[in-house]
Ligand binder design. Structure first.
Ligand code: NAP
Ligand code: MG
Length: 472
């Protein structure tokens, strides 16, 4: 049982101002796995005051000083990687190999990236007589979701600290453990008091308190579109910067060539990893109509042989995060059937032999781009297979979406892949599995505003000052 009842404020573990413990459920067992405290507005005020006070000195530290702090965090992070992985598995049900693998690697990767960006970053530039100076924006409120919990905390906290900002982090109630361990890591690394603060609790309460707070200069949020909109509205009167990393319904285009079966298999693997709970998941798989039978055979084979169950038992997929997400996903699968989409593999209900835990059958539908399941973000292991006639048609289908977070183009001819990639209206296009911590991640259209990862993610935490007449 994990009991994480204290918050981390001003360099200390502190009790909530009003005690208010809540249960955390292990989605694999539906049993209580621990407790957190739900904070109040007063806890947020205390955390913001600590961050505000620490900003004066932290924002004035040298690059070398901040690099030294980040490298100390890195030592602690590496020492506790196994604890972080176990926490991710327990809080959101990722298979052990994924929790200890990609979840933890992503978190560490963002830390290393923040270090590399800070090492080379040009904070000042003289253009004519004017000096352009980039300065830390101030106190940042960071609000994160449960789906890649460590990744999403790391991709905000580390660039913010590297830039010279101080932060108040609100992790998700559904997945609060990895953030707690990260706070322990930051504490053990000797980060100065008030630079990093963490309050757990309800988004509707403390997330709102942060959004409206006059002493928070910037909110970085990852999560649903509806909450992203609400935060922006709540933040508007204080004219703070709001960065939103929201949902997606990204297209995965497979070209008509000899690699098709391998690429369809890769698309299925990427989609079902983390139970489809990935904002950038390629949840619409676009294949040439003349190769539909090949694609369907591959899907039956690949997805049909994926295993679902106890995340400690070497399965492909654990449970989805919560009962509520389970129900939402079941409703979408039923809706797909009701709207006439053809189930290639999967369907409603738990996989055979599983009676407890929020387990979902990996499901693939043959459908068209007009159905609800092809238009809305399901955030579960549900893939839409959509045939296209030619590449113009594929691009049109890919872009016929309210979202624009990511895109995927796979094929043997790189020049063709790249030409298709250029035509997709989304923030990150992955060609043949390309991956780069120094790329930028973020959305066009309703997928958000702003960018994370790499140098562009670092920029989000900076303000620009011009000193005119600086040079003689
Ligand atoms: P969510 O409601 O958007 O939650 C994300 C974070 O925002 C959580 O920390 C949440 O706190 C907080 N929050 C909730 N209401 C808030 C408010 N009014 N003001 C400020 N912060 C607030 O996401 P969810 O409920 O976890 O998932 C719902 C759907 O969102 C999913 O089905 C999926 O479609 C989408 N989603 C997208 C992403 C993504 O990466 N793009 C990630 C997660 C979810 P609590 O701890 O109280 O929830
Ligand atoms: Mg919610």
């Amino acid at each position: 049982m994990r009991d994480y009842l204290q918050f981390y404020i001003d360099g200390k573990w502190v009790d909530p101002i009003v005690a208010n413990a809540a249960e955390v459920i292990n989605p694999a067992t539906e049993e209580v796995s621990g407790h957190i405290s739900l904070g109040s507005n007063a806890d947020v005020d205390t955390a913001v005051a600590a961050a505000r006070q620490a900003f004066d000195s932290w924002s004035q530290t040298s690059v070398e000083e901040r690099l030294a702090v980040l490298r100390r965090i890195q030592e602690q992070y590496n020492a506790r990687a196994a604890d972080l992985g176990a926490a991710v598995t327990e809080e959101m049900g990722a298979p052990v190999e994924l929790g200890n693998g990609f979840h933890t690697i992503l978190g560490g990767g963002h830390l290393q990236t923040a270090i590399e960006v800070l090492e080379k970053y040009q904070f000042e530039e003289l253009r004519g007589q004017t000096l352009f100076v980039k300065e830390p924006i101030g106190v940042c409120g960071l609000i994160t979701p449960w789906n890649w919990p460590l990744n999403q905390v790391a991709v905000k906290v580390f660039p913010a600290l590297a830039a010279g900002c101080t932060v108040v982090l609100k992790p998700p109630q559904l997945a609060p453990y990895s953030a707690q361990i990260l706070a322990e890591i930051i504490d053990a690394a000797g980060v100065p008091a008030g630079v990093f603060n963490m309050v757990q609790g309800r988004g509707s309460e403390i997330g709102t308190a942060m959004s409206v707070h006059p002493d928070i200069d910037m909110i970085s949020f990852t999560g649903s579109e509806s909450v992203g909109v609400e935060i922006a509205k709540n933040a508007a009167p204080t004219v703070k910067r709001v960065c939103q990393e929201l949902g997606g319904k990204s297209a995965y285009i497979v070209l008509d060539d000899e690699l098709l079966n391998d690429k369809v298999a890769a698309a299925c693997g990427g989609m079902m990893m983390n139970c489809g709970q990935t904002c950038s998941a390629g949840s619409r798989l676009l294949v040439p109509a003349n190769r539909l039978q090949d694609a369907m055979a591959t899907i039956k084979n690949v997805v049909g042989s994926m295993t679902v169950g106890d995340p400690h038992s070497g399965v492909t997929m654990g449970p989805v995060v919560s009962k509520s997400q389970y129900n939402i996903i079941q409703d979408y699968i039923q809706k797909g059937i009701d709207e006439g989409a053809e189930v290639i593999v999967g369907g409603v209900g738990r996989p055979d032999g599983l009676n407890k835990g929020y387990y979902v059958k990996p499901t693939v539908f043959l459908t068209n781009n007009a159905t609800t399941i092809a238009r809305e973000e399901i955030f579960g292991p549900v893939l839409c297979l959509i045939p296209y006639h030619d590449l113009d048609d594929a691009v049109a289908i890919a872009n016929d979406s309210d979202f624009g977070l990511a895109g995927y183009v796979d094929g043997a001819d790189l020049a063709t892949c790249n030409a298709v990639a250029r035509r997709i209206r989304a923030g990150a296009i992955y060609v043949n599995g390309g991956f780069d911590f120094h790329s930028a991640f973020g959305g066009y259209k309703k997928s958000g505003n702003g960018r994370e990862w790499g140098e562009e993610g670092f920029d989000e935490y900076l303000e620009l000052k011009c000193i005119l007449g600086y040079a003689p």
